[in-house]
Design a protein around this ligand. Structure first.
Ligand code: 5RP
Length: 219
């Protein structure tokens, strides 16, 4: 199975959690894309859902696929969200934000009764190494980057990229990343949110090259 097939396979398994009448969080990225397309197919077959998009890109794709888009402020809870990840560890903690949508993704995940992560086997890791995306306001971003450096990170501005919220992304290299970093990074003035998702995923659906699909559930 090639990478695209693995992504699609994981996404197709995940949409089994989407039922008629649900409010559904729509993730961002090349794996979540397959879930949106699949939900679109189900909608064309008569299922009714309201999609809550995690990015402008996903909103556009969802609309193209015939999915009605709702405003997150109108719904107290999202029934299920299907999203991708850049890395997933065995405790189901995640690094997200490779596509730059981490802020909306985290808001949507936090409002979701169930967060389902879809990925191919390359994303499942013992130890995080993917540079941590940190969304920062433009004002004083170099000073914000200095604070991240003094915490031990090596931040790199994602050149030519502005988030859907009008902010910059600093991709931060590190030696070790512990769970406590999520809150510590967010306490730096200028940081809007970071891509460490601790205790947010409920289930990860991982597709393997050999055709296997593994579901890892939060204990
Ligand atoms: C976007 C994300 C994506 O979920 C993450 O980057 C994975 O994307 P892909 O499925 O394309 O590898 O967090 O902000």
């Amino acid at each position: 199975m090639d990478v695209e097939e693995m992504k699609r396979r994981a996404a197709v398994e995940a949409v089994e959690y989407v039922k008629d009448g649900m409010i559904v969080g729509l993730g961002t990225g090349s794996t979540a894309k397959y879930a949106i397309e699949e939900i679109g197919r189900m909608v064309r077959e008569g299922m009714e859902v309201i999609g809550i998009a995690t990015s402008k890109q996903s909103e556009e794709l969802a609309r193209k696929n015939g999915i009605e888009i709702g405003d997150i402020n109108e719904y107290e809870e999202i029934d299920v969200t299907i999203d991708g990840a850049d890395e997933i560890d065995e405790k189901l903690n995640l690094i997200k934000g490779g596509g730059g949508a981490l802020l909306r993704e985290k808001i949507v995940a936090a409002a979701s009764k169930m967060e389902v992560i879809v990925a191919d086997e390359r994303k499942l890791v013992k130890k995080f190494s993917f540079p941590l995306p940190v969304e920062v306001v433009k004002f004083g971003w170099r000073r914000t980057a200095d604070k991240l450096s003094s915490m031990g990170f090596k931040p790199h501005l994602r050149h030519g990229f502005v988030t859907d919220n009008g902010n910059y992304i600093l991709d931060c290299e590190y030696e070790e990343l512990d769970e406590g970093m999520e809150g510590k990074i967010n306490s730096i003035p200028g940081v809007v949110e970071n891509g460490l998702f601790i205790n947010m995923a409920d289930i990860a659906i991982i597709a393997f090259k050999n055709g296997d699909v593994r579901k890892i559930k939060r204990l």
